[in-house]
Design a protein around this ligand. Structure first.
Ligand SMILES: Cc1ncc(COP(=O)(O)O)c(C=O)c1O
Length: 400
């Protein structure tokens, strides 16, 4: 592999292999690390083998909803439901149930929002749709959004490490609905619910719950839309939030549309209880910020790496995405992709960090999950391994 000469680039020197490893080497962006102290015994009270429609099952599901409300604090008149098929299920349920009566604006700046745009244009065939696109690392120009249209967007781009810094660009008074995929933002960033009509997320992200189910939170305006709008397309049973034209109130009390995993429910209850115990949302956000700060300090002193997010104000604290800087010795996209892959392999083989490669469709580099269940000491322990692996990977390539 041809590398740039080191004369105009940073010098390369093999460092000693780090000794310290993260206590918990899990840095995946979903399923994310389990909460500190988690073990299977946290699930000992799970209602396995019982019906979710039994009194005890209903109570567990209602408890999960109540704890979600207690930690996230949406306005009292917003309703919360546990829904099938993770965050994707929750987002698509919203798109299929609510869209149609108004033109739609979609903000696309990474992989999942691109999927939602495809759903709207190619599956729902809503021709009156405008897509506001930005490449990885940037945000689209929100000043162009028309809030009399429905607006679909993600609060945090998990695959690009770019988030919206706030919802100031969304007016309180608006005709359209704002549909926000918040899966890697909920419990890590402050969501401004007054600007959001639909908020979705899944359990395996910031709280490291077991994956399976999604959560959808609906504003009164979204609930009104459900009752006043009949979609022009067929609505699969798992998307149906109404009965005979009225909102199905039972779903929002925990009577799920289909069968949930009571093991996953128990795990979600456990992690929400942990969240409450450590101090609730402000502490979850502070923990995430602190983790991201550890990486920021390392990037500042590490010339070969930089944030994918161009503007520091839009840098995600949860899904922290990094790429090789122009000072690295890797000139081509292929070199960068190969090197990142090799580095992840080397670090995984040492058991010093797992699953922190960039998303497959994103520019080559790394995505280190920094959500609230990750300990900052573990992030700090991972970073010397990246320096070590970078130098070793370059040495290997030079020798080829
Ligand atoms: C922004 C965003 N939306 C949707 C998804 C899909 O989530 P799930 O796998 O819970 O359906 C992800 C997964 O990482 C995501 O980051």
């Amino acid at each position: 592999m041809l590398l740039r000469s080191s004369s105009d680039k940073i010098s390369r020197k093999s460092g000693a292999k780090p000794v310290l490893k993260p206590t918990n080497p899990c840095f995946s962006s979903g399923p994310c690390a389990k909460r500190p102290g988690w073990s299977l015994s946290a699930l000992s009270k799970a209602l396995v083998g019982r019906s979710h429609r039994s009194q005890a099952g209903r109570e567990k599901l209602a408890q999960a909803i109540a704890l979600t409300r207690a930690v996230l604090c949406p306005p009292e008149d917003y309703l919360i439901a546990i829904v099938p098929a993770s965050d994707t299920g929750a987002v698509e349920m919203a798109l299929w149930s609510l869209l149609g009566p108004r033109p739609v604006d979609v903000a696309v700046w990474e992989s999942f929002t691109s999927d939602w745009a495809k759903d709207i244009v190619e599956q729902l065939k809503l021709t009156n749709t405008r897509i506001f696109q930005a490449s990885y690392g940037a945000l689209p120009d929100f000043s162009e959004i028309n809030f009399n249209h429905d607006f679909v967007f993600a609060w945090n781009g998990t695959t690009s490490g770019v988030r919206i810094p706030n919802a100031n660009f969304i007016p309180v008074e608006r005709e359209g609905l704002t549909i926000c995929d918040a899966t890697s933002a909920a419990f890590a960033q402050l969501l401004d619910f007054t600007k959001l009509d639909v908020v979705t997320f899944s359990w395996q992200k910031v709280l490291g719950g077991e994956a399976a189910h999604g959560v959808i939170i609906l504003s009164p305006r979204a609930l009104t839309r459900l009752e006043t709008h009949q979609p022009a397309w067929p609505l699969p049973k798992i998307f149906r939030l109404t009965v005979n034209g009225s909102v199905n109130a039972e779903i929002f009390k925990g009577q799920t549309i289909n069968t949930p995993s009571l093991l996953a429910v128990e795990d979600y209850i456990d992690t929400l209880s942990w969240a409450q115990h450590v101090g609730g949302l402000p502490i979850l956000i502070a923990r995430t910020d602190e983790n991201a700060k550890v990486i920021e300090e390392w990037v500042e002193k590490t010339p070969w790496v930089e944030f994918l997010a161009k503007d520091p104000d839009t840098r995600s604290n949860s899904a922290v995405c990094l790429q090789f800087s122009s000072l690295s010795q890797l000139e081509t996209e292929t070199q960068r992709r190969d090197c990142a892959k090799r580095m992840v392999e080397m670090i995984e083989a040492e058991g010093a960090g797992y699953d922190f490669g960039a998303y497959r469709a994103a520019p080559p580099g790394f995505r280190i999950w920094c959500g609230a269940t990750v300990e900052s000491a573990d992030v700090a322990a991972l970073l010397p391994w990246l320096d070590w692996a970078y130098n070793l990977a370059l040495e290997e390539y030079s020798a080829c």
